[in-house]
Design a protein around this ligand. Structure first.
Ligand code: SAH
Length: 266
């Protein structure tokens, strides 16, 4: 079952105009990343910290500058992260930390990944492509933040969550953003989502023992899959799988710490 969060509600003014711009074209040309001076940022941080959220764009731009400094180079990813109001996806008590490079609890024992990890994974998914990705499958909707970022760099986003409470929370969080290309699914993501297949990209926000076979089956030729996966040493690392004409190419990258991929729904 697919759900479209399509209710006509408002987005904060700056982001709303940028999202519209981003829905017609991708890339840095249409969505420039705003640079903010240090002196201009401090009051904005305070405003958000005090719960007023008066100028979230300034704090967001500061987060994006940090991502750049950390080595994220894909302008489409930076631009998308500059637009999505991350503070709207976390509990109000955590709003002051929303733009820090940290993971945060989102309830039911789960966490929203830190901005750097979200940017890194989507950068890997895009692999330097200039245009938008086609259909993307996300396993682990959580609070819906990454789905919102993905919606700006892909034509369609199918995002699956196995916990009803988080699926509902994501629906609520995404409602105000009006992103008609995000489809939220309440189901066990271990089996993927065959209805949307084949996918140009598959991205998992939860780590399993291995990459489930249905994900590989649902990956398009030329498509890429990014998933935290257990290593032989019992740790977790980011695994990138690319489907070629003849098979699958797998690469194991840096160590990461994601919540576990679990089967069934709850
Ligand atoms: N992308 C999310 C991160 C959420 S954390 C965000 O931006 O907030 C990972 C999520 O994966 C958790 O919500 C967890 O419930 C979910 N998850 C774990 N196993 C799953 C499965 N088999 N199918 C769907 N979701 C799963």
């Amino acid at each position: 079952m697919t759900k479209r969060p399509g209710f006509p509600v408002q987005l904060d003014r700056v982001s709303s105009s940028l999202v519209r711009a981003g829905s017609t074209r991708t890339g840095a040309q249409t969505m420039p990343v705003t640079k903010t001076s240090v002196s201009a940022r401090a009051p904005a941080l305070q405003a958000v910290a005090s719960g007023l959220g008066l100028d979230s764009q300034a704090v967001r731009s500061r987060m994006v500058e940090k991502l750049r400094a950390q080595g994220v180079t894909d302008e489409a990813v930076l631009s998308a992260m500059n637009q999505v109001p991350r503070h709207q996806f976390v509990e109000s008590a955590l709003v002051n930390q929303a733009y820090e490079d940290t993971s945060l609890p989102i309830g039911l024992g789960q966490t929203i990944s830190k901005p750097n990890v979200v940017a890194r994974m989507i950068e890997l998914l895009r692999a330097g492509r200039s245009g938008k990705l086609g259909r993307v499958l996300e396993i682990g909707t959580g609070c819906g933040y990454q789905a919102a970022v993905l919606s700006l760099v892909a034509t369609e986003v199918y995002s699956i969550e196995r916990l009803r409470g988080l699926h509902d929370k994501a629906k609520e969080n995404l409602r105000t953003l009006r992103l008609p290309n995000v489809h939220l699914i309440f189901a066990d993501g271990m089996i993927g989502f065959p209805k949307g297949a084949p996918y140009a990209g598959i991205i998992s926000a939860a780590g399993g023992e291995q990459v489930p076979q249905p994900w590989l089956d649902q990956l398009a030729v030329g498509g890429r899959l990014i998933a935290p996966t257990a290593t032989a040493q019992g740790q977790q690392a980011l695994v990138v799988v690319e489907r070629t004409d003849t098979g699958f190419q797998k690469e194991v990258l840096e160590a990461v710490h994601f919540v576990p991929l679990k089967s069934g729904v709850a």
